[in-house]
Design a protein around this ligand. Structure first.
Ligand code: ADP
Ligand code: MG
Length: 674
């Protein structure tokens, strides 16, 4: 070998060695690097393990602990009283057999590949814990599992408190004394409380999910439209009184308060609260009805006053027309040509008198004589009367039935007025029936427990009810408010309608401290007259009397009246009946006359103008003749004036216009009084 060759070989070896060294260097630094990286990972792992309060355990597939953090170590060592070391099964060296069974069964599930969470409470540590078991896999093979336990005591407490708070608030909503509705921003209902269910009749389930307009929505022109309401409730709070419809169709009232509720600047709910105001509304409406009634009765009162005033004047005018034919007729031979025209005048006068009598009946303060009577008799009498017969001829399709209570209590009433009231009701009923139909007149006793709401002056107590029910056309709600007004009529004025019929009924009832109740629908109308019942025994009924029965025999009578015509008529009648008559044109004149003359009876007009009136005249007369007999006469007199005169000893009141009969009976009765 040459030196040169050797050198070359050597150089080659050195190069290869250098390379080997380089490789070795590289490997070493690689290993070093890897080692460093591992160290770093271990560091992070340790940080993770130790920086958590969770108890972490890693086991192999035999359940032998391979790694755990200090939290785990501490707690297990404390609980089991052992020293915890990797590779040692802690239960093997502890005597806590019960705990061992629990844990081993869970660990077995993890070893079988199940990932799950178990919760337990620990009496010793007074707390709740949650353990997550998670198998560790290499490919399909389970090589162990992790077991991470966390103390959830606080969490549990918060959860429980939250649950409690929730149930508290839903309890609160449920038990609240107001109805509550919660809807989402689309007005779709999310919740209603029990009171809401109760008020509307709609259940929670039925309400859930429905949108405006809700089923209880009432479309009322007084309210905003559905769309408008929606806009408003989405923007601002509303407070309004609203009528709503219940599920059963009834209507009621609530005060509605709505409130949009925002969370984080966004509309999230609309809260609606309903306060039941049905009672208040009912009272308010009743009050309106009462006010209307009061107003109506005031109207009728003033109309009555007016009518009465007119009637009083008319009555005096009529006296001549009615009384003279009577007088003239009684003096005519049977075949006189004057008989017919005179009878016509008398009839016209009688009709006019009837109207004037109606007007006087509705005028306040008309003197009415009341006696104890049986309304059933009144009904029988009326049904047998010529008026009723005539009515039935006029309405052949109308059948009048009765349903009378035979234990009916009596009534203290004016026979004539009550008969007139009944007659008016029955003729109205007949006129309301177009072709055929029934009218039922019934009577019954009734006891009012409390004052009537719509008529508070009607006191509790015993009443009798006279009702007239028909199957006629009925009365519209509008007309119902006005039918009792004088001159309100829907009939042809003159034929059957004067509009006074019900005005008479109304006033008669008021004079009798009773009231009228009307119910009407398309199928017919019922008028009920309520009278205070009377327990007094019946007085003997009037008998039919002939002129012969009332003749006098020369007794002396002083007629006191300011109207010449009246003095004349009365004088004529009384002379015809066989009395001796003297007249005085004023109270003063009468008193002067009586100072030196005695008479058997003074016929005294109650209203005289000018000068002293009937009452004062009588007061002065009895100073002269303490037992002076007197009969009073008036067309329109204040009841209490008449009563005061009667209290002083004056006798019956004779109502103008006078006739042979009413004057004759009163005078005779007065004279015969002991
Ligand atoms: P008139 O009968 O003269 O019209 P009323 O005072 O008796 O006057 O009655 C007034 C109005 O009340 C009548 O015109 C009628 O419209 C109505 N009315 C009264 N009674 C009845 C009834 N039973 N059925 C229907 N409408 C009635
Ligand atoms: Mg009528």
């Amino acid at each position: 070998m040459s030196e040169k060759t050797d050198l070359k070989k050597l150089e080659e070896e050195i190069t290869s060695l250098k390379k080997t060294i380089e490789i070795l260097h590289e490997t070493e630094s690689g290993l070093l690097k890897e080692n460093n990286e591992l160290k770093e990972i271990k560091k992070y792992f340790d940080v993770l393990m130790q920086n958590t309060e969770d108890y972490i355990l890693i086991c192999d597939s035999n359940g032998i602990p391979r790694a755990f953090n200090s939290s785990y170590k501490t707690v297990v060592e404390n609980l089991l009283g052992i020293k915890m070391e990797p590779g040692v099964q802690p239960f093997e060296i502890s005597d806590k057999a019960k705990a061992r069974g629990y844990w081993e069964s869970l660990q077995k599930r993890a070893i079988n590949g199940e990932k799950f969470t178990a919760e337990f409470n620990d009496d010793e540590r007074e707390g709740y814990f949650e353990t997550i078991f998670c198998p560790v896999k290499e490919g399909d093979k389970v090589t162990g599992f992790t077991e991470i336990t966390r103390n959830i005591t606080e969490h549990k407490k918060v959860k429980k408190a939250l649950e409690e708070a929730n149930s508290f608030s839903s309890n609160l909503l449920e038990k609240a004394p107001i109805a509550i509705l919660v809807s989402d921003p689309n007005t779709s209902i999310m919740y209603v409380n029990s009171l809401f269910e109760k008020l509307t009749g709609f259940t929670k389930e039925e309400a859930h999910g429905v949108k405006i307009p809700y089923p209880w929505w009432v479309d009322d022109p007084n309210y905003d439209s559905v769309e408008e309401t929606k806009k408003i409730i989405l923007k601002s709070s509303i407070r309004a009184e609203r009528r709503y419809r219940k599920k059963n169709g009834e209507y009621s009232w609530v005060e509605v308060n709505t409130m949009p509720i925002y969370q984080n600047g966004e509309l999230s709910y609309i809260l609606a609260m309903w306060i039941d105001i049905s009672e208040r509304k009912k009272a308010e409406q009743e009050n309106i009805v009462l006010q209307e009634k009061l107003h109506r009765s005031q109207t009728m009162e003033s109309l009555g006053l007016l009518a009465g005033g007119v009637a009083h004047d008319l009555n005096n005018v009529l006296a001549g027309i009615v009384s003279y034919p009577d007088l003239l007729l009684s003096g005519l031979p049977a075949d006189s040509k004057l008989k017919m025209p005179l009878e016509t005048i008398k009839e016209a006068g009688d009709r006019a008198t009837a109207i004037v009598q109606d007007l006087l009946t509705i005028a306040r303060g008309v003197a009415t004589e009341k006696s104890n009577m049986d309304i059933n008799n009144l009904v029988y009498d009326y049904l047998r009367s010529p008026e009723c017969e005539k009515l039935q001829q006029y309405h052949p399709g109308v059948a009048i039935n009765t349903c009378l209570d035979n234990s009916l209590l009596n009534v203290k009433g004016s026979y004539i007025h009550l008969r007139k009231a009944l007659m008016n009701l029955v003729s109205n009923a007949s006129e309301a029936i177009e072709d055929e139909g029934n009218i039922t007149i019934s009577t019954k006793n009734c006891f009012l427990e409390a004052p009537l709401k719509e008529n508070p002056e009607i006191k509790p107590g015993e009443y009798i009810v006279l009702s007239v029910a028909d199957e006629g056309v009925g009365i519209s709600t509008e007309d119902l408010k006005r039918i009792f007004e004088p001159f309100f009529t829907k009939k042809v004025m003159g034929r059957s309608g004067t509009g006074l019929g019900l005005a008479v009924v109304w006033n008669v009832m008021r004079e009798h401290n009773g009231y009228v109740n009307v119910e009407s629908e398309k199928k017919g109308t019922t008028f009920e007259l309520y009278f205070p019942a009377s327990r007094e025994a019946l007085s003997t009924q009037d008998l039919e009397i002939t002129i012969e029965d009332i003749k006098g025999n020369g007794q002396k009578i002083l007629i006191v009246d300011d109207v010449e015509g009246q003095r004349h008529i009365c004088g004529q009648i009384l002379e015809k009946l066989g009395y001796r008559v003297h007249t005085a044109a004023s109270g003063e004149e009468a008193v002067e006359y009586l100072k030196h003359t005695a008479v058997d009876l003074v016929l005294l007009d109650m209203l005289m103008d000018p000068g002293i009136n009937g009452l004062e005249t009588f007061e002065r007369i009895i100073k002269i003749h303490p037992h002076q007999k007197a009969a009073l006469i008036s067309g329109y007199a204040a009841t209490d004036e008449v009563k005061r005169a009667q209290g002083l000893g004056a006798g019956a009141l004779i109502k103008k216009p006078v006739t042979i009969k009413n004057l004759g009976i009163a005078v005779k009765e007065e004279l015969e009084k002991k």
